[in-house]
Each structure stands twice: as C-alpha cells, then as structure tokens.
Design a protein around this ligand. Sequence first.
Ligand SMILES: [Zn+2]
Length: 441
Amino acid sequence: MSPPSPAPVPWLLLLLLIAAAAVASAQTTPMALDVNEIPQRYDEAQLWRIYNISEAMQRQVPVSQVLEQKFGGNIWKENSKFLDISIAKEQLKAARSFLNAQRLDAQVLSGNVQALIDEEHMDGINATRADPGQRTKKATRSSMHWKDYHDLETIYAFMREIRSKFPNIVRLYTIGQSAEGRDLKVLRISENPREYKKIWIDGGIHAREWISPATVTFILYQLMSNWENQPAHIRGLTWYIMPVMNPDGYEYTRTTNRLWRKNRSPTRRSSCVGVDLNRNFDIGWSGYGSSTNPCSDTYRGSAPASEAETKVVTEFLAKRKYNLEAYLTYHSYGQMIVYPWAYKAVKVRDASVLQRVGNTAVQRIAQKTGSTYEAAVTHEVLGIAGGGSDDWSRAALGVKYVYTVELRDRGAYGFVLPPKYIKDTALEGWTVAETVAQAIG
Ligand SMILES: [Zn+2]
C-alpha cells in the first residue's frame, strides 16, 4: 500500500507556487546568466585623448584599430584631430607602452570611467529626489521630465500622451520592430495631411548617446507645449519625430553596458553582437570609415540596410520623400553641426546655404546658453565615413537641409553627460531644429 496521498488540491497549489516563484526569479535574476547580460563595469578604466594619430597612420599603424583589437579599447570618438578611447585598468600599462613606441602621448580625460557613470546616475537620483519614486515607478501615464534620462517605456508613454492630447494633428506610428522585437515608433505632427513641407528628426541611433533621445523628446515637448502660439514656419510643416531609432541598444545601455553603441542583432559566424546603424545605410556602404569585423564598434553589417532598424526607417522615409525638406539626426558628443558629405571628401552643391543656416544656429546657441558649437562639412571635421543616415537622406531622397548634430559635450564627460546638463543641451538641439524650420520657410 502506498502511503495515503495528500489531498490533490494542496499539491496543485504547491506546484503553482513553485512555478510562480520560478517565473518571478527568472525576471529578476536569470537562472543561466548570459555573459551578455552581466553588467559591464569600468572601474579605473581611463578615457584618453590621443592627438596626431594620422602621423602614425602614415607609418601604416592604425592606432585606433590596434587599441581596440589588441588592448580591448572602447573608441568614443575618432575625428581628423584626435582619438578618444577608454582603456580597461588591466590594459593601461601595455597600451601606454604601445603609444610610447609610436611616439604618441595620451591626455587623460578621465581617470575612472566608472566614476563618471556613477556620477551620472547619482546626479539623476538627486535631481528627482523631490519627487520620490520617479526613477523607478512604472508609469501608467507619462512621467516625462528633463531632469534625468529615461527608459524606453517612459519615452514611448510620453509619445502616446502627446498623441492623445492632440488627436487631430498627431499620429503615432509603429513603423516596425527592432532586432529584439521592440517597437520602432515615429510621431507625425501636421495640421495639413498633404501639402506641407516635411521635416524628419531622429535620435538614439547610437545607444550610448543618451543626450540624443533626451533632446529629441525635448524638441517634441517644445513644439507641442505651445503649438497654438508657434510661428507659421513651424506650424506650417509636417514633423516626423523618432526619438529612439535603436531601442534594443538603448535598453542594453541602461541595464548592462553604458558604453554600448550598436544595435543588438546577432552575427552569423561570430559571437560578437551588433551593427553600427550609422554605417549600415545604403550610401558609400563599403567605403572608408566602417569595419567588416563584427566585433568592431563600427561594424557595417552584412549588407546595406541589413538591419531591421535601418530597413524600416529607409522604407518609411522613401515613401514620404515628396516635399521632405529636412533630415536632422542627433548624436553626441563634440558640439558640432555638420552636413554632407561624410562618405566622400566633396561638398554638396549648395554647401554655402547649409553652412549659412548652420552658422545661424551656432550664433543662436551661443546667445541662448553660451555654448560654442561649430558648423562644418562632415568629412572635414569628422573624417570620411560611409553608410550614414545623413548622407543617405541626401543621396537617395534628395533632402536639402541635412544635418547631423553632435550635442554636448567636448570630452569632459563624453557620452556620460550628467543629467544637470540635459535641459540646456536639449535647448541647443531645439535651437537647431527651429533655425532649420525657419530656413525651410
Ligand atoms: Zn552617434
């Protein structure tokens, strides 16, 4: 005889409890830790600025490539004047010797990158302390503000809120899904369904450039908080606004690796993840300035527009190219307003017009916040790079006012800009949009 079995109901209940507990723990602490989900720390990693790398290049030594591949360096910025790169603590000595052998010197911009990241985090907590819970609260309604950076869901909730407040002039599109299945969202603002000239604004192509989605959402706020009183050159446009083009990468920088740049699509034949979306557009794709190595931060992907994010945006814009007058894309950092071309060392025909409008924006920014920006042709100040969204919009769609805006700062914090600078920086981004809208007329 088997021992009397307990009543079936408690057993079932117990199983359900175990299952529920398993689900709950899987959500907070995964059972099998994927190495890609262990938060990346940068304790005592240094951020270096290295000048004169072009001289070493002439001696056939690709400095940034060597530092990235041999010494695990994380390239922050590379332009015609300098290279900013962070090096992990364990590699500092070896990387220094390499530079010495190349007769190069590194200026230390930061002695501890993790401290920058922690400072950014604490600054946001302090800024929102008067409003407890704001950082963690799951928003049922948009809890948008510009005292801190926000997760994707808060940004999307804000977009839904704008749509519901202005149902007659605002449409919210889900134009597709990212590699990991997140929605790609675009807001359209227009008082006229057809004839208006169009302006496109995007942010968050590069995951770690948090100031970019913050600025693009601020532009949206500036537009809509005062829509009735906006001048004719603003109300007379159709605005397309996409705050986060790379939602997978953005969320990854919030949970796992603050300095992640690419999207999160897996690569065949390599364990490295992600494509640089701003090297994946179909313009000069196989040319200079991008990498064929899936482990590189500037990996261009397996083909032009191979990435879901690139493809979806490309198709959405191609269908709306009629009257598309401006393409603005927000990045960081460097405080620059640059225009095509980036993929070749040539200016566009109407470069003088683009330079003049850029200069106007630079002057207005200086008056408003005191910051110094520079307007220039991309290839002259940032070097040649193919596959960029800006060049693509010009070449494929014939957009006139094409600008990439590199927001704050100039290297003190780089991507890890403390939240106390968000408002003024976003105001600078808005000033560019306003100036371009006026130029379209
Ligand atoms: Zn960028």
